[in-house]
Design a protein around this ligand. Structure first.
Ligand code: ATP
Ligand code: MG
Ligand code: FE
Length: 350
């Protein structure tokens, strides 16, 4: 069975084709991605209207590219999956509209996928896929959550950020340092040349005793430090970047270890854009090795948004018993949508 996946929740248009059998993990046949980063960079962040318009321009050529790379045609598609939420409403509507139109034209079922479930299941596309159950650290541009995952759709929220996401902490701190959007990867690169102990920055909620996070105070501390440095900021930027990264990674690390301890699980899965961060991976690898915990990541290029994770999540839900609907192409999107509310696979449409 072939599942075509379309991602358009924010500033990446992604399309992918996944092949799935009755058993065994679905396999990625081809995927293509267009990032709008360059377009939004001039504005220092994502401009929703520009994002929607660009998704419209890109999505069909990307779908054609994916099918031709996989050596298949439109007629080979069995299910069309799209990101139903969370994300920017206008951007989501493009993927949803195209997916439902395609499904209707082909007479094939469509399936709306939760964007975070896509991130969460993306490590199953890697050469070293995890096995259930596991603790998941979901660290992206808009979310920071620890979950207990017992199977597809069986997600229990253990803790989450009460304000900014980890990716936001990276991006906002980077912006204060004059780095381009999105700042996470730029800050990480700069941090390689800096001293992580140079500035003492707060580790919010580190000793809160629960598994929640808070990053808003850290951003303020970075701003205060940058102001204090004044003209000296330019020469101390790498040190400030390294200190900022260390504070974020430290909190993510300690809370992940606490979640593993509390759950008694011996497997950690990291997903989302911040999961591409080398320092985070390095620290988690070391801490997990010490505790006999297996840790799994998505492939580096599949950490941030892509169509492969959406096709994969749809294929895994279908394998777990979900029936995709063939009779309804009316669609809605869910700009806000808690992952833990998703539940195990069941027919989505009436
Ligand atoms: P969400 O998935 O929560 O809706 P999103 O889709 O915008 O948000 P992702 O695409 O998963 O988020 O990740 C983007 C985030 O990852 C950005 O904040 C970006 O700065 C961050 N990021 C990407 N690479 C790195 C890196 N190497 N180090 C730190 N942060 C990174
Ligand atoms: Mg993005
Ligand atoms: Fe994302």
């Amino acid at each position: 069975m072939f599942v075509l996946g379309i991602e358009s929740s924010c500033d990446e248009t992604g399309v992918a084709l996944v092949e799935s059998g009755a058993s065994g993990l679905p396999r990625l046949a081809a995927h293509a991605l267009h990032s709008q980063i360059a377009m939004h960079q001039a504005y220092g962040g994502v401009v929703p209207e520009l994002a929607s318009r660009d998704h419209i321009r890109r999505v069909l050529p990307l779908a054609q590219q994916v099918l031709s790379e996989a050596g298949h045609g439109l007629g080979d598609i069995d299910v069309v999956a799209y990101t139903r939420g969370p994300g920017l409403a206008g951007a989501l509507l493009v993927g949803a509209g195209v997916a439902c139109a395609l499904g209707a034209a082909l007479g094939k079922p469509v399936l709306g996928v939760h964007h975070l479930e896509g991130h969460l299941l993306s490590p199953f596309l890697s050469a070293d896929p995890p096995e259930f159950p596991f603790v998941a650290l979901l660290v992206s541009g808009g979310h920071t959550q620890l979950m207990r995952v017992d199977g597809v759709g069986r997600y229990e929220l253990l803790g989450e950020t009460i304000d900014d996401a980890a990716g936001e902490a990276f991006d906002k701190s980077a912006k204060l340092m004059g780095l381009p959007y999105p700042g996470g990867p730029w800050l990480a690169k700069l941090a390689e040349q800096g001293d992580a102990a140079a500035f003492k920055l707060p580790r919010p909620l580190l000793h809160s005793g629960d598994l929640d996070f808070s990053f808003a105070g850290l951003k303020t501390a970075v701003l205060t430090q940058a102001r204090k440095l004044g003209d000296a900021l330019e020469s101390r930027k790498a040190d400030l970047a390294a200190s900022t990264q260390a504070a974020i990674v430290d909190v993510l690390l300690k809370k992940s270890m606490a979640a593993l301890e509390q759950s008694g699980l011996k497997r950690l899965v990291v997903a989302g854009g911040v999961g591409a961060n080398h320092e985070l991976r390095h620290q988690l690898d070391a801490a997990c090795a010490k505790r006999g915990v297996r840790v799994h990541y998505p492939e580096l290029h599949l950490c941030t948004d892509n169509g492969a994770m959406i096709a994969m999540a749809a294929a895994m839900r279908l394998q777990s018993g979900l029936q995709a609907a063939t009779d309804r192409y009316a669609f809605d999107v869910k700009p806000r949508w808690p992952l833990a509310s998703l539940g195990a696979p069941e027919p989505q449409f009436g």
